[in-house]
Design a protein around this ligand. Structure first.
Ligand SMILES: C[S@@+](CC[C@H](N)C(=O)[O-])C[C@H]1O[C@@H](n2cnc3c(N)ncnc32)[C@H](O)[C@@H]1O
Length: 453
């Protein structure tokens, strides 16, 4: 490491602090930090990811253990001190490979280096020492208070536990909560405009990446081990693959497409699904990829360029407002809707502490507005694919049922044969696609395919 490269612990604390202070996503901050510090050696990169994602995954439980031995309520602690305590407690409680004395002294030194006032440094020192000596201690028994017990044991907010208990019952709720705490597989999708899965696997092997074929997605590979940061590999720079969960890979198959067609994609983001649509069009026709997030759309353009996806036309626009197209301009529409993202907690653990129950009500109106704007732009006989990554019925089947009531010219399509054969079980009557982390180690997606008469 060069003298200028900060340690993984320091970066982790800074990322977590900035995320909290400015309501930023830790993942965006992590990606930016890794870019800014290319000198960070492999073990430190891995440690940084472990600390940031680990603290986010277990924050509710960590806070319980910290609050149990803290004289002051957590809300009264200096915000940076609380974050240093979380990162320290995570190492003490969850990481066997870090000796306790190292975890304590490194965090105390960091607190000093970050110029926390002396009394806060002393507080951190005393609290972490005590935690190291006494251990975290037991959690309150689940039998005494099921919601609180499950919330603390699995580090999910109480409102979500309560909601799921009501909807799914105790057994399935526990399975969902536990599945959300598993580290998800690292999966990629091959660019079938340039290669195929078998050839990519050989190429990656030569670059020091061991992979296995995914079970459900024919272009998917799971990374088993690698030697260098994946995005520095020549095969990545040549646009032969991108990161994508297997369930997200499958969603792209649901839309019936013929090369040459005109596609409108709403909520295109960084282009994960865009690239797949371009492959399915065999790069013929066009895809207008709409997002209102400038930076994401810029990344989409870069990805499409690397991918060789010449059919992609990014459009910066708010898709809940009228879009600049005439009625019936498109053969197919995809809406990858902004949603509460409760199906992808295992991959994005910060959702647990970032999303509040009151936020849930903000999504359906936006989703309805996007559907309402898109519906007239689809030609008669065309298809509309609506996708979310949440478990909330109000954003999924209830939202689609409401749309169908308001738009009698649309109907649900139930056609499992659109999917690759091993994935057909995810298509459920009367026409919903659903995956879940519990059963098949997939992110939790929902999709509905609609045809316009
Ligand atoms: C689920 S994410 C997209 C993921 C992306 N399609 C992929 O496969 O990687 C939803 C996207 O919708 C965008 N979005 C949210 N509200 C929007 C609006 N009113 N107009 C346009 N885009 C919007 C967000 O910026 C976000 O990128």
């Amino acid at each position: 490491m060069s003298p200028k490269t900060p340690s993984a612990r320091e970066l982790a604390v800074k990322i977590l602090a900035e995320a909290e202070a400015r309501d930023r996503s830790v993942e965006d901050l992590l990606a930016a930090a890794l870019k800014r510090h290319p000198g960070l050696i492999r073990v430190e990169r891995a440690f940084l990811l472990e600390l940031v994602q680990g603290v986010k995954r277990w924050q509710i439980k960590l806070d319980y253990f910290i609050s149990r031995i803290s004289r002051l309520p957590l809300a009264k602690l200096h915000p940076l001190a609380l974050i240093i305590l979380r990162v320290g407690a995570y190492q003490l409680i969850f990481l066997d490979k870090v000796p306790d004395h190292a975890a304590v002294s490194e965090m105390v030194n960091l607190a000093k280096a970050m110029r926390l006032p002396r009394q806060h440094v002393g507080y951190i020192n005393a609290l972490l020492r005590r935690l190291a000596e006494e251990g975290p201690g037991p959690l309150p028994p689940v039998e005494a208070d099921r919601v609180r017990g499950l919330s603390l044991a699995t580090a999910h907010p109480e409102w979500l536990v309560k909601r799921w208990l009501k909807r799914y019952g105790p057994r399935e709720t526990l399975a969902r909560l536990n599945a959300n705490n598993q580290i998800p597989p690292l999966t990629i999708r091959a660019n079938t405009l340039k290669t195929d899965r078998a050839a990519l696997q050989v190429r990656l092997q030569k670059e020091g990446v061991r992979t296995e074929a995914c079970r459900f997605s024919p272009a998917g590979l799971q990374i088993i081990s690698l030697e260098s940061p994946p995005q520095s590999l020549p095969s990545y720079r040549e646009g032969l693959w991108l990161f994508q969960d297997e369930a997200a890979q499958l969603a792209g198959y649901l839309l019936p497409l013929i090369p040459g067609q005109r596609v409108l994609e709403i909520g295109a983001g960084r282009g994960g699904k865009t690239t797949h649509l371009a492959e399915r069009l065999q790069n013929q026709g066009y895809i207008v990829s709409v997002d209102y997030h400038r930076r994401r759309l810029k990344e989409l353009s870069l990805t499409a360029g690397r991918w060789g996806a010449a059919v992609v036309q990014p459009l910066l626009a708010d898709a809940s407002q009228p879009l600049p197209f005439q009625e019936q301009s498109f053969d197919a529409v995809v809406i990858d809707a902004p949603c509460s993202a409760l199906g992808i907690i295992r991959r994005h653990p910060e959702i647990k502490t970032r999303l509040e129950e009151a936020d849930l009500a903000t999504f359906p109106p936006r989703q309805r507005a996007m559907l309402a704007q898109a519906a007239p732009l689809l030609r008669t006989g065309g298809h509309l694919l609506y996708i979310t990554c949440t478990t909330e019925p109000a954003e999924n089947e209830k939202l689609i049922a409401g749309f169908l009531k308001r738009h009698p010219d649309f109907r649900l399509v139930f056609d499992p044969s659109l999917l690759p054969a091993p994935a057909r079980l995810f298509m459920l009557s009367p026409g919903y696609f659903r995956t879940s982390p519990i059963d098949d180690n997939l992110d939790g997606f929902y999709a509905a395919l609609l045809a316009k008469a």
